[in-house]
Design a protein around this ligand. Structure first.
Ligand code: PEP
Ligand code: MG
Length: 477
């Protein structure tokens, strides 16, 4: 701001001064070694461009894309994603980001195939070049022969027909052929997601990422505002469908611009999730009060993110209990994310003090394999089907079972058709999945038997690599 003001004082126009300032800042950020900060350059350009449009009075013209467009971009911001023309854009491909970055999570919930971490040369392709994007394999095929394009088009038509058929049965339970029911619930970040999930047959919400509600504002929502939002989501779900509200999980790759946080060398290992809640207790307590006040509108459960130690669980529960007593409201069920390896290892002890676990495989994988979940080059290896991650999930389920508690999975592999039989076989009772996947996952569960899932799970635990686990479970047709 100071740089722009000084340029204006020297006689430059506001628009010119602003453009110079934000492009220089973005270029400086983009050169930093720290990948996370370098990625913020894109956010600065995004905001910079929006301010510039206001200064110059130019309306944001909505890009007109032809049908079946695959967007190739250096990076996309969550706000680009929100404005995508979903009728015409059928996929996208970015140089930045990884499979569990938050833009990728948004893409998955919209049901748009996307790949991240692509080679920069794709940006040299001319507009209109035919390409085939396979979101499952993470490939972008150039110069495909006509027959291959036709084969892909007919495959897409077949998939669409399957989606329509799955939707017909989306409102029934997901029961395996041998009578084992798995709860299929949704990962959501807003009221709109909740409405879409209900329309696709969800049985509840297994993860409300409340930080998304904080991230789309310029200051923290008040206790009353939060109560209103949680309450309206609970009302969309109705009295019978449970909703797990995860307390705010900022830090790591989800900074909150208006929250003062000290610079950290390793934000993913810093004051993230519940740790921030202890550092800024008023933020945490305000949210807990809002959740408790909204809990009378439905079947709400509270879940704490990033628990790695028993002391953290006890402190978080104590805060909840203190606020509950002040409000004089009935208790709510309490669970924790299992996403820090120490929590999976200590599951037996932690399970005695909670009602449920939900495994966050995105973070559990990144922390187990010591690979940043948003790293473009490491993306192919950050696979939650790695046997090391599966062994931790197995340990968490066994630990929970010893005190009769249930375990769900809300990380990305809960929506992965190759992971689903294994997770069920490991004893996972609830899959919290990307909204767009609900009908397909219910259909898949109905095609399985628990017996076979258990055999697959025990074989997978003995394998040596993620690739070997994937070979064990071929992709369903
Ligand atoms: C996870 O880590 O798997 C998870 C579900 O939480 P988030 O992706 O929001 O970190
Ligand atoms: Mg997580």
């Amino acid at each position: 701001m100071d740089i722009a003001t000084s340029a204006i004082n020297k006689g430059k126009s506001a628009a010119f001064a602003w453009q110079q300032t934000y492009t220089t800042q973005a270029a400086q950020l983009a050169q930093l070694d720290n990948e996370l900060l370098a990625e913020r350059a894109n956010d600065i350009r995004d905001v910079g461009m929006r301010v510039l449009r206001i200064l110059t009075g130019v309306e944001a013209t909505e890009q007109k894309y032809p049908q079946n467009t695959i967007l190739l971009a250096e990076d996309l911001t969550p706000s680009d994603m929100a404005n995508l023309d979903r009728e015409r854009v059928v996929g996208f491909c970015t140089l930045a980001g990884g499979t569990t970055s938050h833009v990728a999570i948004l893409a998955r919930s919209m049901g748009i195939p996307a790949i991240a971490g692509t080679e920069p040369r794709v940006l040299d392709l001319a507009n209109g070049t035919p390409v085939i994007l396979d979101g499952t394999k993470g490939t972008l095929r150039l110069n495909a022969p006509t027959e291959e394009i036709e084969r892909t088009q007919s495959l897409i038509a077949k998939r669409k027909a399957k989606q329509a058929a799955d939707l017909q049965t989306a409102f029934g339970p997901a029961v395996t052929q041998d009578g084992h029911q798995v709860e299929i619930v949704a990962n959501i970040g807003s009221l709109k997601d909740a409405e879409e999930a209900v329309a696709l047959g969800t049985e509840g919400v297994g993860l409300l990422r409340t930080e998304f509600i904080f991230m789309e504002r310029s200051k923290a929502p008040t206790e009353d505002e939060q109560t209103g939002i949680y309450r309206s989501i609970a009302e969309v779900l109705g009295p019978d469908k449970p909703m797990i509200v995860r307390t705010i999980d900022v830090g790591g790759d989800k900074p909150l611009p208006y929250l003062a946080m000290a610079h950290e060398e390793n934000p993913f290992l810093g004051e993230r999730g519940i740790r921030l809640g202890f550092d800024q207790p008023e933020l945490q307590r305000t949210q807990l009060r809002a959740i408790l006040r909204a809990s009378t509108a439905g079947k709400l459960r509270v879940m704490f993110p990033m628990i790695g130690r028993m002391e953290e669980l006890r402190m978080a529960k104590a805060m909840l209990e203190e606020e509950r007593q002040k409000l004089n409201l009935p208790p709510v069920e309490v669970g924790i994310m299992i996403e820090v390896p120490s929590a999976a290892v200590m599951a037996e002890q932690l399970a005695k003090e909670v009602d449920f676990f939900s495994v966050g495989t995105n973070d559990l994988t990144q922390y187990t394999l010591a690979m940043d979940r948003g790293h473009p080059k490491l993306a192919p290896f950050v696979d939650g089907l790695h046997p090391a991650v599966l062994r931790l999930i197995d340990q968490a389920v066994k630990g929970a079972q010893r005190s009769g508690k249930w375990v769900g999975v809300c990380g990305g592999i809960g929506s992965d058709p190759q992971a689903i039989p294994i997770l069920i076989g490991l004893g996972v009772k609830e899959l919290s999945v990307s909204v767009s996947m609900i009908p397909a996952i219910k259909a898949q569960v109905r095609s399985l038997t628990l017996d076979h899932c258990q055999i697959l799970a025990s074989q997978a635990l003995d394998l040596e690599t993620a690739a070997a686990v994937r070979d064990l479970v071929p992709l369903p047709e």
